[in-house]
Design a protein. Structure first.
Length: 151
């Protein structure tokens, strides 16, 4: 997991070629100009999903994780809390290899505030619970860059 300021993102170049593509995209593009839904960067290797939602009480959210993709979370408007726990510390309830989706439940190990100045990078098997409200419900506009790790 990497939790950093948006202005520091370039320091993470060199870990993986697809991750480098995503980092350069973040540094060189205005994420607020993305269309809702899927936005192509490099096919299924690197793409962005832009969406909107209202944050919820923690009891109304759930964990997810991935096996092949890194998620890079960027809040464009609003704020939320994201809970993170290693999958090995949770109970897995469903695995969908085709969708690269692992559903699980358990306790949150760490809670991180996410707002427009921050970036959260979650690697495979780092379960995350999104949409958690901070002090009150918030309308969130968000981009999640999906990055297939290849080396």
């Amino acid at each position: 997991m990497i939790y950093t300021d948006k202005k520091q993102i370039r320091q993470y170049l060199g870990m993986d070629k697809n991750l480098d593509t995503a980092i350069r995209y973040i540094a060189e593009h205005k994420m607020e100009e993305l269309n809702d839904g899927r936005n192509e960067i490099e096919g299924d290797r690197v793409f962005v999903n832009r969406f909107r939602y209202e944050t919820l009480p923690e009891t109304e959210t759930s964990f997810e994780s991935h096996l092949a993709y890194v998620d890079i979370h960027l809040v464009l408007e609003g704020n939320e809390i994201i809970g993170v726990t290693p999958v090995d510390d949770l109970t897995v309830t469903r695995t969908d290899l085709e969708a690269d989706q692992v559903d699980c439940f358990g306790e949150i190990a760490v809670k991180l505030p996410l707002e427009s100045s921050k970036i959260l990078i979650l690697f495979p098997r780092e379960a995350h619970m999104v949409k958690i409200m901070d002090q009150a419900r918030s309308h969130v506009e968000k981009a999640v860059i999906k990055v297939k790790m290849e080396g």
